[in-house]
Design a protein around this ligand. Structure first.
Ligand SMILES: [Zn+2]
Length: 67
């Protein structure tokens, strides 16, 4: 009867997989580091886990590939 209640202590923790992102992102970063299309060559986009952004003009671009 009370078996279900016993398990209530097991809370699922949602982990953030930052490390995973970096692992993948790092390789991508080295190969496809982009310049800001607005500022032009010489201004690199800052890498975030799912997008690039320009610190100069604020332009941002998603790096998630949509199918
Ligand atoms: Zn820019």
């Amino acid at each position: 009867m009370a078996e279900k209640a016993k398990k209530s202590g097991e809370k699922k923790k949602v982990k953030t997989y930052k490390y995973k992102y970096y692992e993948i992102g790092d390789e991508k970063l080295k190969r496809s580091r982009k310049f800001c299309p607005k500022c032009g060559a010489g201004v690199f986009m800052a890498q975030h886990k799912d997008r690039l952004s320009c610190g100069k003009c604020g332009y941002s671009e998603s790096t998630i590939v949509k199918k």
